[in-house]
Design a protein around this ligand. Structure first.
Ligand code: HPA
Length: 269
């Protein structure tokens, strides 16, 4: 068990002894609102957890919050490490290994993303059906066991996808579905890259999530992921892109995603 897992287990036992904790949710940029929805929250800073990412991106708090949502105990991870911070695609591995060590089974990832489709406007929510790893990087490079040859045919769990669709329907929210393409960042794409992404089959582009999905599948976690669309891809609207825009636009779709996740958690436990 990792040191962070031991610390978390002890802290969580103080408040939630004997309760079942199966699901973790990683929050993307500007999507921290879900933390405020948790009842009886216990906050543990990443800085108190060995090997957890320390460097933050503005818009990310850097804390683990465990609390009740729709009557179920969930772990929310507010803050993620990105490949673009240090060139380390496995930056989130200690976090995901900690979830595994604590016995969590399901990982729900969220992110802010750019839309490649005219019909999927900023403020939309897109369930990730599948991804394209366009970064050329892989968080399992350097892993020596044969488990590194992780199958990605059904990376995004079919049952969880259906649960997302049902939850969106129950929440009265439109849920797009599509392919998320991982660009390394941190610069945004060019208009030519966005045209390429569309031709290659992407519906949304972003700088996160894919390495975490790969690691989570490697560890045997069930995965679902959802994007909040904060902007049109470069060249689609004429405006220059910025991280400020990501942060100010994220809460718009973020509220919709929160409504969906609240119902989803009640259904999947
Ligand atoms: N590109 C990449 N990442 C993003 C974008 C984008 O347009 N919007 C939010 N994250």
């Amino acid at each position: 068990m990792t040191e962070a897992a031991l610390i978390l287990r002890q802290r969580l036992n103080e408040t939630f002894a004997g309760e079942i904790l199966k699901t973790a949710i990683i929050l993307g940029s500007g999507l921290g609102g879900l933390v405020g929805e948790l009842n009886d929250p216990v906050h543990i800073r990443y800085s108190d957890l060995p090997a957890f990412p320390k460097s933050g991106v503005s818009g990310h708090a850097g804390e683990v919050v465990v609390g009740r949502l729709s009557g179920r105990l969930v772990m929310v991870l507010a803050g993620r490490a990105h490949y673009y911070e240090r060139g380390d695609a496995a930056a989130m591995r200690p976090v995901l290994e900690t979830l595994k060590a604590l016995g969590l089974e399901t990982l729900i990832l969220t992110n802010a993303a750019g839309s490649v489709l005219q019909d999927m406007k900023p403020g939309s929510v897109m369930l990730i059906d599948d991804h394209i790893n366009y970064s050329g990087m892989n968080p399992l490079i350097g892993e020596h066991t044969d488990a590194r040859f992780t199958g990605m045919t059904a990376a995004y769990d079919a049952e969880l996808k259906q649960a997302f669709r049902n939850a969106a329907h129950a929440a009265g929210e439109t849920l797009f579905e599509g392919v998320y393409m991982w660009f390394s960042g941190p610069s945004f794409e060019t208009p030519a890259e966005i045209r390429m992404a569309r031709i290659l089959g992407a519906d949304a582009v972003g700088m996160s999530t894919v390495p975490e999905v790969i690691l989570a599948r490697f560890l045997g976690l069930r995965v679902a992921a959802c994007s909040v669309i904060t902007n049109y891809g470069a060249g689609m609207s004429g405006a220059e892109l910025s991280h400020d825009e990501t942060k100010t636009m994220a809460p718009l779709g973020g509220q919709k995603l929160q409504n969906i996740i609240k119902i989803l958690i009640g259904e999947i436990g």
